[in-house]
Write a protein that binds this ligand. Sequence first.
Ligand SMILES: Nc1ncnc2c1ncn2[C@@H]1O[C@H](COP(=O)(O)OP(=O)(O)OP(=O)(O)O)[C@@H](O)[C@H]1O
Length: 273
Amino acid sequence: MYTTILEPKMVKDEKSTVTETPETKTKIHVENLNLFYGEKQALFDVSIDIKEKEVTALIGPSGCGKSTFLRTLNRMNDLIEGVKISGKIIIDDENIYESNDVIKLRTKVGMVFQKPNLFPMSIYDNVAYGPRMQGIKNKAILNEIVENSLRGAAIWDEVQDRLKSSALGLSGGQQQRVCIARAIAMKPDVILMDEPTSALDPISTLKIEELIAAMKKDYTIVIVTHNMQQAARVSDKTAFFLNGEIIEFDETSKIFSMPSDQRTEDYVTGRFG
Ligand SMILES: Nc1ncnc2c1ncn2[C@@H]1O[C@H](COP(=O)(O)OP(=O)(O)OP(=O)(O)O)[C@@H](O)[C@H]1O
């Protein structure tokens, strides 16, 4: 069980560079992960422990493997022909590449994409889609899931009077929050976000960032972002990727103020990327 720690006693984990609190539980353990697109290797020996109910940001220059890594966490790369993966990803004691239940995995590990990708149907039906696919037919239960999910995504007040209207009539920022509601409706433990605000204006971006901050009491969140300020604002830990490797992974405050590796410093201070 996760407990809020007011004054964490910092300890050094001998196996990694991460400074961690002993009380936080590892939700996702990644060990020596390698990924190839055909002959081309995109991830090299990636190892990282992602903690429960924290926000972990993945940063790094274009093409360094952030999205590829994110997609390994719910096996989205399986859909791409010619992908080969070795190493371990353990979520809650289960090696996700040894289990064949990908549907169960994607229920537990939801995803929000760069551009809102709602279906051309009503707001209600978008959010109820996943639960209905899971066999929930009871109207009262669906109503409750839809309302709770939209509330959880901080969009209920804006859409409660137009649930039956097309979701595509909403603004980009509202659509992205409905996408988050759609993910929440599946009752995931983990939510992966791939540059969720890159297509949004600054006010919508701020709303999503506030939402992420509020959501971490319930979910483990992993977010890819190109926006350094965003990583600094929303995340607890940050992993810096370069050429398919994790160069440094640590507390976000440390990555941005006192990184250990010169390459991290060059990147966060805008010298390349
Ligand atoms: N479907 C694919 N087939 C072949 N190569 C791919 C595929 N997807 C990504 N790659 C390659 O893998 C490498 C990592 O790409 P990835 O999209 O993971 O990087 P990224 O850090 O997320 O980049 P960006 O910030 O630009 O989104 C790149 O060299 C890319 O060209």
